[in-house]
Design a protein around this ligand. Structure first.
Ligand code: PRP
Length: 189
């Protein structure tokens, strides 16, 4: 049943569940074509990429002759204030399996200034994968501080503080099935 009221703090829906599913389906078709018949390890970057990785992995399994997908997880955190990262990234929890000799795709919910993805790409590059790429649902290319490649981007994100579908503000709103703009008055000045 469509939702007509939103949690306090939500100003507007930017991408609803259908738009998200369409973007992930499109990413899955591109990825499936490029990795057809190969083994592919998706590395979900916790916590934000939990939902993207789950839906992308399932969308990939529905493509005929797509890759044989395995999932792994990594958790990182960036130092900074409530809504701006400082650029320093810290490894919180590592993957459980070696990526040496494997095709690896880092799965992110959002790339903003690029520090997190840049850190992760460097980390995995040093582990001798057969190939390394990144699939990102939301891209904010105009916010980049670090120039980092994104092989598969789903949606270009407006310049708003976005929550939902894995993205949080102070650990809230992650479980919303849509991507929404947070009311500016909720954020610190
Ligand atoms: C978010 C997001 C990315 C990162 C992108 O993670 O999931 O990992 O920020 O930002 P950047 O491009 O500016 O580095 P966050 O640190 O909020 O942690 P979370 O995934 O646990 O919410």
């Amino acid at each position: 049943m469509p939702q007509t009221t939103f949690p306090a703090g939500i100003q507007a829906v930017l991408f609803d569940a259908d738009a998200i599913a369409a973007a992930i389906g499109d990413m899955a078709r591109r990825i499936a074509r490029d990795y057809a018949g190969r083994e592919l390890i998706l590395i979900a970057v916790l916590k934000g990429a939990l939902f993207v990785a789950a839906d992308l992995a399932r969308a990939l399994s529905e493509v005929d002759e797509g890759p044989d997908v395995q999932l792994d997880f990594i958790a990182v955190s960036s130092y900074g204030n409530a809504h701006r990262s400082s650029g320093e990234v810290r490894l919180v929890s590592d993957t459980t399996h070696s990526v040496e000799g494997k095709d690896v795709l880092i799965v992110e919910d959002i790339v903003d200034n690029g520090h997190t993805l840049s850190y992760l790409r460097a980390l995995f590059s040093n582990r001798a994968p057969a190939s390394l790429g990144a699939a990102v649902l939301l891209d904010k290319p105009y916010r980049r501080v670090v120039d980092v490649p994104v092989e598969y981007a789903g949606l270009t994100c407006p310049d708003e503080f976005v929550v939902g579908y894995g993205l949080d503000y102070q650990e809230r709103y992650r479980t919303l099935p849509y991507l929404a703009k947070l009311r500016p008055e909720v954020l610190p000045p």
